[in-house]
Design a protein around this ligand. Structure first.
Ligand SMILES: Cc1cc2nc3c(=O)[nH]c(=O)nc-3n(C[C@H](O)[C@H](O)[C@H](O)COP(=O)(O)OP(=O)(O)OC[C@H]3O[C@@H](n4cnc5c(N)ncnc54)[C@H](O)[C@@H]3O)c2cc1C
Length: 478
């Protein structure tokens, strides 16, 4: 241990006190300075989106409250801030939990070596993954490119612990200068949208605990089959809490698993575990293929004839495509910062395959709009849907939004919630109002293109055009 027992705990994507290995370790060292740095220098290529900034703001307030007001927030380049702090306050130790996004890995490596040269003890921990990317590799030491073997290998490894520090024994010290108060981070501007969001979510560790409990009470028992139906409340909605680290995956899994054992819900829990492993798989892919946020993994797609259409793009973003399930999903996203997984797949497929708009354009919109916007999960998922990723959906799997709507929202409850102008529409036509005889809609007081848009494209012809575009691409060896 460094001779000076003061320690910085650098909070990043681990905005919690419970089950936080870096915090536990720091607590055993001495007095702690808990800090958060808004780093807008190193993440210049992926600045936080609007929804992420909103979430982060509330999450930091919540963390600060749990720390009895001891959280010190800064804005700027972490290396400079850290150098200044350690020298001004004679701090001997710096601890953090690891992040895996390429820009963070590069930054953290540089900071670690700089601080070590200054004689500071620097330790990093695993606080956000059940198993870190280098722990789940093929027998030849290479990373997996296919999900199922990754999952199998992941599954046989022991599930790690949930670890908790004695919060009453934490001793903090506060610097008397340099600190930017939380408000001056300017993460959000007050408007109707941000006020509404507070009725949807409770960011922070407490909010995460409530969401987890709700999932155990109401979601887990129906997870396996129900998770595909957007109106069933069968999914956990834990993604923003996992992204910001307000809950650790160890804790989530251990609580789900223990509950499942006590209630005989093991097979439901296994499906949930599988989804957590998708999160780990995405993290591993981004770690080993850092270019996947900008480049097709499958080079065959480099020649894809993407179309630029700001008109179609705006209609998709605004939820005005004339396909109710798509519009419901896109409106849910704009209003709540969240969209159900199945609907994410369908809306994404519509953009890249029916509208032929580049997946990067869609990913950028999601990045800005999602409260769970996550570099690995978002970009891997978009490449998966587009067919250009590793282990991606086959290109010819083009979701038909009408068929999907009839199957997964048969009573149109989800549609009616987010597209209320269609509430009077007869169920027979609600999944595809453009197919209804206009008389039928008029009788219910609906006029297409006045009350609700007619379909912006024909599904059959756009599907054929997409398949033709794909066929025209030369196979490229990987
Ligand atoms: C186009 C597209 C973009 C996406 N962008 C994101 C994103 O930015 N951030 C994000 O967290 N997820 C993203 N996903 C994955 C998935 O849709 C969400 O994780 C899930 O809908 C979150 O809801 P939930 O917490 O209720 O999930 P649950 O079904 O309750 O799953 C539990 C947890 O497992 C993880 N998970 C579930 N499904 C996936 C998946 N397919 N890939 C990776 N992790 C998964 C999440 O952390 C989730 O919270 C995207 C999917 C698609 C198709």
């Amino acid at each position: 241990m460094a001779s000076n027992p003061k320690a910085i705990i650098w909070f990043r994507q681990d905005l919690r006190l419970r089950d936080n290995p870096a915090l536990t370790y720091a607590a055993s060292v001495g007095e702690i300075l808990p800090i958060y740095i808004l780093d807008e220098k190193n993440n210049a290529n992926f600045p936080l989106g609007r929804a992420s900034r909103w979430w982060l703001n509330h999450s930091l307030w919540s963390l600060n409250k749990s720390l009895n007001g001891s959280l010190c927030t800064f804005r700027g380049d972490p290396i400079k801030i850290m150098e200044e702090l350690v020298s001004t306050y004679q701090i001997g130790n710096v601890f953090w939990n690891r992040s895996y996004e390429p820009w963070q890995v590069e930054r953290d490596t540089a900071i670690k070596s700089k601080l070590q040269i200054m004689g500071i003890k620097v330790e990093s921990f695993n606080g956000s993954m059940l198993h870190e990317p280098w722990e789940v590799l093929k027998s030849d030491g290479h990373p997996y490119r296919v999900f199922t073997p990754f999952y199998k290998q992941h599954r046989i490894k022991a599930i790690p612990r949930t670890d908790t520090v004695d919060l009453d024994n934490l001793r903090f010290f506060k610097p008397n200068q340099h600190v930017t108060d939380l408000k001056s981070l300017n993460l959000i501007s007050q408007n109707d949208w941000s006020t509404n969001m507070l009725s949807e979510w409770i960011p922070g560790e407490r909010g995460g605990e409530k969401a987890l409990k709700l999932f155990l009470d109401q979601g887990l028992f129906q997870y396996k089959l129900g998770r595909d139906f957007p109106e069933r409340n069968a999914v956990s909605q834990l993604s923003p809490y996992l992204h910001f680290g307000e809950l650790s995956p160890f804790r989530v899994w251990n609580e789900v698993n223990n509950y499942a054992i006590s209630e005989n819900l093991e097979s439901q829990a296994e499906h949930f575990y599988r989804e957590l492993v998708w999160r780990e798989f995405s993290c591993s892919l981004l770690y080993y293929f850092p270019e996947l946020t900008v480049k097709n993994i499958n080079k065959r797609f480099d020649a894809f004839p993407w179309r630029e259409s700001s008109e179609f793009l705006c209609k998709w973003q605004d939820g005005e495509t004339g396909y109710p399930l798509i519009d419901a999903g896109m409106r849910q996203l704009s209003r709540t910062g969240y969209m159900h997984n199945r609907v994410r797949m369908i809306t994404a497929s519509f953009l890249v395959k029916n509208l032929l708009i580049d997946w990067r354009v869609g990913a950028e919109w999601f990045w800005d709009s999602l409260v769970d916007a996550d570099l690995a999960n978002n970009y891997c998922s978009w490449q998966w849907v587009a067919g250009s990723g590793v282990d991606a959906a086959p290109y010819f799997r083009i979701f038909n939004p009408v068929t999907q709507s009839k199957k997964f929202d048969s009573e149109a409850k989800y549609i009616k919630k987010w597209v209320p102008e269609l509430v009077p529409c007869p169920n027979k036509y609600i999944h595809d109002p453009s197919s209804a005889p206009s008389k039928e809609l008029q009788q219910r007081g609906i006029e297409l293109d006045k009350d609700y848009p007619s379909a912006i494209v024909d599904l059959k012809t756009t599907r054929e055009a997409a398949l033709a575009a794909y066929k025209s691409l030369k196979v490229v060896s990987q």
